[in-house]
Design a protein around this ligand. Structure first.
Ligand code: ZN
Length: 479
């Protein structure tokens, strides 16, 4: 997420993070009936910052999300098919979905379900699902996503002319049932149906556009590589689309026609720089992890940019937006390909993406990361509340606070001073190589930095990541 928006979201979280309103629907009483043997999957995946996010007992293999969206009324009708693999015997399990649900099938048989609270969909299949087996869940649902909130957030970004499903850390439950956590990536197919003449843009590849009855068109998009649910999105509205291929990699850029002609020209010129930014990032941290690239500029006002996988989403940025493109593209490696297993480790996304803004500037005639680090360090006295956030244990209200971005990036710049830039680059490349498949944590990053550099870095990382005070200016701290 771009840093300005980070503040925006952090502010909302801080002000509004309250316990979920628990609405017990009339269907609740049906739970009193006897359950078949086997475990109930947990309602959360085990992330202490967001106890209801994700679910226990299974992992998703793929999502097939079919949505019809009416821009003018804001009504969404969906039918999502999920292929999942049980990691325990499941007599019942949960999905995360904020919209009213009409029908659930498990392996093509009608299953009982309840909404024990607005965020959870609890499903009881007719037969216990055995650990290690694959099963298919089909959920039919409908509602107005603009009218629902979770943890005080109303994340549906839409007008009667345009919609973009961009947000972090939560977005999926507004438009499809999900195992909504970065530790469970899956492949995605999206089938988005809108009135003919409206464009739909998403991440991945545009597979087909098909005309349907009553003036509708279905746009089909597919992502080849696994993706965390919050990174999936669609945008619908009046978009100009440009696509091509550079050095064998396809790209697709889209800009809202609701922006002025001058704004559209500026936006396309900015998005056109994405392929060069990718090439530069590849020269530092290794191959771009996906098979398509690009970006989308909306006319709506999200207040932030987001690193949606393969095709980030941006507000109108003006001519000075290049550092935001670098930030969101750096996230393709750090945040998307290498995903955190717990939200408390968000600095592994935001600190890294911010570091690459400054590293890019250094490589393109700007000041060095060492000079940037020194300036940031000198500008903030020890009493500045900036130093109070413990970067690797920020607390959930501060996961998108400014220090996560800036002190997180300062940590990498200081690490470069301490172990040398070549050694830091070895750490970053090896990080991507090792953690992409299994996810990432701060402890693993520290262990890798020590392994690659051959140095004991405990006091360095304590000072930068675990202390709520300004690190002392010493060579040991990279200062
Ligand atoms: Zn970011």
């Amino acid at each position: 997420m771009g840093k300005d928006g980070g503040m925006h979201v952090a502010h909302r979280l801080g002000a509004l993070l309250v316990s979920i309103v628990v609405g017990l629907g009339p269907a609740q009483s049906s739970l009193a009936t006897a359950r078949p043997p086997g475990d109930a999957g947990a309602q959360g995946i085990g992330d202490k910052y967001f106890p209801r996010d994700g679910n226990g007992g299974f992992q998703v293999v793929k999502y097939d999300v079919r949505v019809r969206y009416r821009l003018r009324s804001g009504e969404l009708r969906g039918k999502t098919r999920i292929v999942a693999e049980a990691t325990a015997d499941l007599s019942r399990f949960n999905l995360d979905l904020l919209l009213p649900t009409q029908r659930v099938l498990v392996d093509r048989r009608v299953a009982r379900f309840t909404k024990p609270d607005p965020h959870e969909l609890r499903i009881t299949p007719r037969r216990t699902i055995r650990a290690g087996t694959r099963f298919v869940v089909t959920v039919s649902y409908a509602g107005r996503p603009g009218s629902v909130s979770y943890l005080g957030q109303r994340n549906w970004l839409a007008s009667p002319q345009e919609v973009v499903t961009m947000n972090q850390p939560h977005m999926a439950p507004w438009w499809f049932p999900a195992n909504d956590h970065p530790s469970d990536k899956a492949r995605f197919r999206l089938h988005i149906t809108v009135p003919r003449g409206t464009q739909v843009v998403a991440g991945g590849h545009l597979v087909a556009k098909s005309r349907r009855a009553s003036g509708l068109t279905t746009w089909r998009w597919r992502s080849t590589e696994p993706m965390a649910p919050y990174l999936a999105y669609f945008a619908a509205g009046d978009f100009a689309i440009r696509q091509g291929s550079t050095a064998g990699r396809p790209w697709l850029n889209a800009v809202s026609r609701r922006l002025t002609p001058a704004q559209r020209r500026t936006s396309f010129a900015l998005l056109a720089k994405t392929v060069a930014v990718d090439a530069w990032l590849e020269s530092v941290v290794g191959s771009y992890p996906f098979d398509t690239t690009g970006g989308l500029v909306t006319s709506l006002d999200p207040g932030f940019a987001l690193e949606n996988q393969t095709r980030p989403t941006y507000p109108f940025l003006g001519a000075g937006g290049l550092s935001t493109v670098v930030h969101e593209q750096a996230h393709q490696w750090f945040g998307n390909h290498v995903a955190i297993r717990r939200w408390r480790d968000i600095w592994l996304n935001e600190g890294f993406a911010t570091y690459f803004e400054h590293r890019y500037a250094q490589a393109h005639g700007g000041r060095t990361t060492a000079a940037w680090l020194a300036a940031e360090y000198d500008a903030r006295p020890p009493a500045d509340s900036f130093w109070e956030v413990r970067i690797a244990r920020p607390g959930r209200a501060a996961i998108f606070a400014t220090p996560i971005y800036v002190r997180g990036a300062m940590t990498l710049a200081a690490l470069g001073n301490r172990i040398g830039t070549d050694s830091l680059d070895d750490v970053l490349r090896e990080w991507v190589h090792r953690q992409a498949a299994e996810g990432a944590s701060t402890a693993e990053f520290i262990a890798l930095a020590e392994e690659v550099s051959g140095e004991d870095l405990d006091s360095f990382f304590t000072a930068w990541l675990f202390s709520g005070t300004k690190p002392t200016a010493s060579a040991a701290n990279g200062l």
